[in-house]
Design a protein around this ligand. Sequence first.
Ligand code: ATP
Length: 235
Amino acid sequence: MLKVEGLRAGYGAINILWDISFSVDAGEVVAILGSNGAGKTTMVRAVTGMVRPTAGSIQFEGEELAKKSSRFILDRGIVQVPEGRQIFTEMTVLENLEMGAFNKATRAAFSKNLDVAYRHFPKLKERAKQAAGTLSGGEQQMLAVARALIGMPRLLILDEPSLGLAPNIVDDILEVASGMAKRDRIAVLLVEQDITKALACADRGYVIENGRIALSGTAEALSANEHVKKAYLGI
Ligand code: ATP
């Protein structure tokens, strides 16, 4: 579904990503792993059109996206839950969810998808009229994921969903994401520093080091890899 090849990108004169190639298929959860500053967020920004690649291709369902705008990419169904959630704190939970319906198709399906989002995260239904800024950190992350669901993703990108959250909430969020992959056949790209959690949820993964893919493989193979164990799992 998503096929990235030879991707190079950075900020101004500084190149961050070098020759990045990876793919995500429908029904799959693929983890992008790496430590602080490895280039994970830059990679997500390149896929979503927020950083312009200087080389390589980003094919999504056979269409080239490397030079397209963020709006064009969003309309193709690539929806991101950004690092730090970026919810609208002054707006209510429901108003935040309404912001997820960004085009005609998602507006038409809004009430159906709102039911689905509330089924996944019943807390949000209870707090629909509450200002989003008053939610707990975990609830805010749920809201960010629910808002992405309203956008009817074909590819859902989660950027560091575990950041600052209790482990059981992270588990809930990852369970919803992998449930969507398996049941609705969407593709999920999971960017994570918590490698144990990410590999427990993902089918496959890629490890980024200094802007390059250092390793790739099934979640099982990566969990058993000596370098991954030593450098990232501390075992
Ligand atoms: P983290 O897990 O800490 O979010 P990351 O793997 O997502 O890290 P990136 O955010 O992609 O890493 O950053 C990769 C490199 O790009 C870092 O050295 C960072 O300083 C640099 N960088 C990120 N954003 C910008 C920017 N807007 N302008 C210049 N350099 C940037």
